[in-house]
Design a protein around this ligand. Structure first.
Ligand code: FE2
Length: 468
């Protein structure tokens, strides 16, 4: 008898984990990503038929592939009660079980992150001594818990109180050796302090997770709701899309190659050029007015936060393969407004006689010298999140998290050189492109970010108060 198998699928771009559980030719998929071929291919390779699709909640940060996967497999979709889902599904509640082969999946209703959130406790009936696994969705992460501010019908305090009960009355009653498999990892916008570890156990989280160390419900509610940064605006649209069930990805429009002239004309009509190349390439030469979001990082999340879901986009990539990958990643968060890509990239732009823009990059040692030589002429801008900035920073920066930058530019003096930094140089490059677009000419990006600053042995200050 084969043990129940669990496969994890992780999308670094969205810090999203989905799972497929298989036993005796049948499989269940939990929280599928939008492009579902990976599950169909993996299931076919193992001889599994996907019969169950479980959404731990209606997701706000990515478009789920549940509807397409159901259409292509005939599988049933399961969601917690009161999800508002508008497609055929089975609403499950506490204690409901799904059985196939040796696998038993038991539903735990765990409202808090959202009102319909569920967790799924898995047991291998052929191996009763094997520790249980619990798929925790966005209720419990490694090192964090889900944010409680995504419901228009409940206050964050109400949801945080529900989450406290769900954690303490459901998840923490499980044995300490129960493994937890959450729906997100480090960098996800569904929490704020997630670890980069992919799994943990109930026992380890009980001892180390800051949110589980809160001694009372009141303390927990404060921890979760004080200084909670606003959820990205696109989250509400994503929830609507997932309640309806997204259309199949095969209906994405074909990508059109655009000449420089066409791109310019579309730019004048309001289209935004998104440059997906690595930082150094963008910095050296790019289409004036373009926004830089490198494909190497959490590209889709940042694109949705900065551009929203409805902006007409023109992509610039290193090659066609990268442009196609960009289009797919954007579709995973519901951005389907890419009209085309710049044919032959920057080379095509230059051949047409158009001007280029560039953004200076400054090394950590050079920035330190500049700060000593002419401190009054430089603004150091920290675009990391508050929690990161609180752990250490360059001396006396202005702190504006990247997601709020465009609403706070009045804090910056356009006559001074604004040197932008983040942890590694990814977000700061996005920030430099946004500042340039709104008219800042004197800007530079710190190469390698605060990591490079520390690696160069330069002094780190602990800020007394970080702006939010
Ligand atoms: Fe979520």
């Amino acid at each position: 008898m084969e043990p129940v198998r669990v496969e994890r699928f992780f999308l670094g771009c969205l810090a999203h984990a989905s799972y497929m559980v298989g036993s005796e030719n049948v499989a269940a998929v939990i929280d599928p990503q939008r492009d579902v071929d990976i599950y169909l291919e993996a299931a076919a390779a193992r001889g599994w038929k996907i019969e169950h699709i479980i959404e731990t909640h209606v997701h706000a940060d990515f478009v789920s592939g549940h509807r397409e996967l159901a259409e292509r497999t005939g599988a049933r979709i399961y969601l917690g009660a009161d999800s508002g889902a508008q497609f055929p599904h089975l609403a499950v509640s506490d204690g409901d079980e799904i059985h196939f082969g040796q696998c038993s999946l038991q539903i735990l209703q765990t409202p808090g992150h959202t009102i319909e959130s569920i967790c799924i406790a898995m047991r291998d009936r052929g191996l009763p001594e094997r520790p249980a696994i619990v798929f925790t969705g966005d209720t419990l992460f490694v090192g964090d818990v889900g944010r409680p501010d995504l419901s228009p019908n409940h206050t964050p305090q109400q949801l945080a109180a529900a989450l406290y009960r769900s954690l303490h009355e459901k998840l923490l009653t499980l044995p300490d050796d129960t493994e937890i498999y959450p729906a997100h990892g480090a960098g996800s916008l569904c929490g704020r302090n997630m670890s980069s570890e992919s799994s943990s156990t109930i026992g380890k989280q009980r001892q180390s997770n800051y949110a589980l160390l809160a001694k009372t419900s009141e303390e927990f509610i404060h921890l979760l709701t004080d200084n909670l940064s606003a959820a990205p605006e696109y989250f509400a649209k994503e929830v609507d899309l997932n309640r309806k069930g997204a259309s199949s990805l095969s209906r994405l429009p074909a990508l059109t190659p655009l000449s420089a002239e066409d791109a310019l004309r579309l730019q004048e009509m309001g289209a935004v050029v998104v440059d997906t190349r690595p930082v150094t390439q963008f910095a050296a030469a790019h289409v004036p007015g373009s926004i830089h979001i490198a494909l190497t990082g959490q590209y889709a999340s940042w694109a949705a936060r900065i551009l929203g879901l409805g902006t007409t986009l023109i992509l610039v990539g290193e090659d066609l393969e990268q442009v196609r990958e960009s289009q797919l990643r954007l579709a995973r968060v519901g951005i389907e407004t890419v009209v085309g890509y710049l044919e032959d990239g920057i080379a095509g732009w230059v051949r047409s006689g158009n001007t280029l823009d560039s953004i200076p990059q400054v090394a950590a040692k050079d920035l330190e010298e500049l700060l000593q030589q002419m401190p009054e002429q430089i603004t150091v801008l920290d675009v990391r999140e508050s929690a990161e900035a609180e752990t250490g920073s360059i001396e006396s920066p202005i702190h504006i998290p990247l997601g709020k930058l465009l609403s706070r530019t009045e804090k910056l003096d356009p006559e001074k050189l604004v040197v932008v930094y983040c942890r590694s140089g990814y977000r700061s490059s996005i920030a430099t492109s946004l500042l340039r677009r709104v008219g800042f000419r004197k800007i530079a990006n710190l190469i390698g970010g605060f990591d490079a600053w520390k690696a160069a042995g330069l002094p780190s200050a602990i800020p007394t108060g970080v702006g939010v």
